[in-house]
Design a protein around this ligand. Structure first.
Ligand code: A3P
Ligand code: MG
Length: 444
């Protein structure tokens, strides 16, 4: 779990069975919101329930109607840090140069420290002639994670069934991408970009998959040539610092292909929510004596070099928030940052320890707080759980948020938003597969 220590630094802690993880918890859901606004509430059952339970008090018995929106105001989330169990890697997978799935670590790379503190890497090199860009028009949704789940299901379930800690088939409450959770963590501080998250409940597990917003689609279409090129720079930095195996060197003369990925799959718990999520990992420590994953993983980043106090402050307030959220979630302890000039030349390299970031930002006025990020994410998941009660792979609750607004939702059946593929639904619901994977005696 994670609690704030005396210096107010969030720390992962191993789980303690009697841990009190809900100190000082106050629900931040909003009650009795006007459900006619925005055309967002189409939940017939809610309307009926609302009539029946109009007198429900603030302590919210289980039969009460769920709240219809969730506030994002920061001050509502300034309470004790919630329990966040040390994330455990339960598996990993690789996507090759053609984006094919492999249930192994063939794409894992090894960090090679630059020889000089001022390495002079030219991030523009190869953009025109040695760059294969993943087709971001192909929406993969949760497919790779679902493939991983099917390939590793017996392993996942046998552990959970043995612990008999969860009534749901998979033994987890939430399946999603790390990147979606990162967006949730940073939501209380986000003023530019909203999000849409599609949620489906199947076998007692909530699956959360992002839907591209109209604004994001427009931004993508309107990208300038300079912006397109700058998106390549981060991958190029990885190529300068990562090798294919522990004993080789990086190959900056090779092709950068953004189809390739190594993804870790971790399990953890945020308060009462058992989470299974996957995220791309840039590389690992090449020392074989390094701690086991995810503690040996390293996140690579690039950023404009900092030359003024204002730039430093902005780096702390905006960039470190995103960096922290992304790596804290899967328990990746280190970020190696390449600071570059305007021409894409890396002029310095610096390591950031995730556990020290909250110290680093503490003198900034009006700065972000890890506890607000984690409490918001936790309350969002509770909100989703209270709303998405029907177990139906074809139903989607679309949760929607725009800056300066509350989170709201709409309901869709057999729509463009359905995202669980038939091959997954079939495999997870067929009686034959349940027998195999649950070790149930055959039905007669
Ligand atoms: P930087 O990390 O140096 O920004 P990640 O850091 O998550 O491993 O992503 C690798 C690189 O992908 C980024 O490098 C950046 O170049 C590109 N990238 C990722 N997300 C992006 C986004 N939302 N917009 C633009 N570029 C992005
Ligand atoms: Mg990176």
């Amino acid at each position: 779990m994670i609690t704030m220590d005396r210096r107010n630094q969030p720390q992962h802690r191993p789980q303690h069975p009697n841990a009190n993880h809900h100190d000082n918890h106050q629900s931040t859901f909003k009650r009795d919101v006007d459900d006619s606004g925005g055309g967002h509430f189409q939940h017939k059952r809610f309307r009926a329930g609302h009539q029946r339970h109009r007198q429900a008090g603030p302590s919210t018995p289980p039969s009460s109607p769920p709240n219809q929106s969730l506030s994002v105001q920061r001050q509502l989330y300034e309470r004790d840090f919630p329990l966040y169990k040390q994330p455990v890697e339960v598996g990993h997978f690789s996507l090759d140069s053609e984006r094919r799935f492999f249930n192994d670590d063939r794409q894992l790379r090894y960090y090679v420290e630059p020889e000089k503190s001022c390495p002079n890497f030219n991030l523009r090199d190869g953009y025109r002639d040695r760059f294969i860009k993943r087709d971001d028009g192909v929406k993969e949704k949760l497919d790779h994670i679902l493939r991983w789940i099917l390939a590793n299901r017996s392993k996942l379930q046998s552990k959970e069934v043995a612990a008999s800690s969860s009534p749901c088939a998979l033994g987890v409450n939430v399946v999603t991408w790390r990147g979606h959770l990162t967006k949730l963590l940073t939501t209380p501080y986000e003023t530019q970009e909203g999000w849409l998250l599609a949620v489906t409940r199947m076998g007692g597990t909530l699956y959360i998959s992002e839907v591209e917003t109209e604004a994001a689609r427009r931004d993508q279409e309107d990208r300038t040539e300079r912006h397109e090129e700058m998106m390549y720079w981060g991958y190029k930095f990885e190529q300068y610092t990562c090798a294919d195996d522990a004993h080789s060197l990086p190959d900056p003369g090779g092709v950068v292909n953004t189809n390739e990925a190594f993804c870790t799959v971790v399990q953890t718990r945020l308060a009462e929510h058992r989470l299974l999520f996957s995220g791309e990992v840039d590389c690992r420590d090449k020392d074989p004596k390094a701690p086991p994953p995810p503690a040996c993983y390293i996140e690579m980043k690039t950023s404009l070099e900092i030359s003024t106090p204002k730039q430093r402050s902005n780096f702390h307030r905006f960039k470190l928030l995103k960096w922290w959220a992304q790596s804290f979630l899967p328990g990746v302890p280190r970020i190696v940052a390449g600071f570059r000039d305007h021409d894409g030349v890396v002029v310095s390299v610096e390591t950031f320890h995730i556990s020290k970031i909250s110290q680093l930002i503490k003198n900034e006025t009006n700065c972000w707080k890890p506890t607000v990020c984690m409490n918001f994410c936790c309350d969002f998941l509770s909100f989703v759980k209270s709303i998405v009660t029907e177990d139906n792979p074809r139903e989607v609750h679309l949760f929607s948020w725009e800056p300066h607004r509350d989170v709201t939702y709409s309901i869709h059946r057999d729509s463009q938003y359905s995202f669980l593929p038939d091959w997954y639904i079939r495999e997870m619901t067929s009686p034959a597969s349940r027998e195999i994977h649950h070790h149930h005696p055959p039905q007669t």
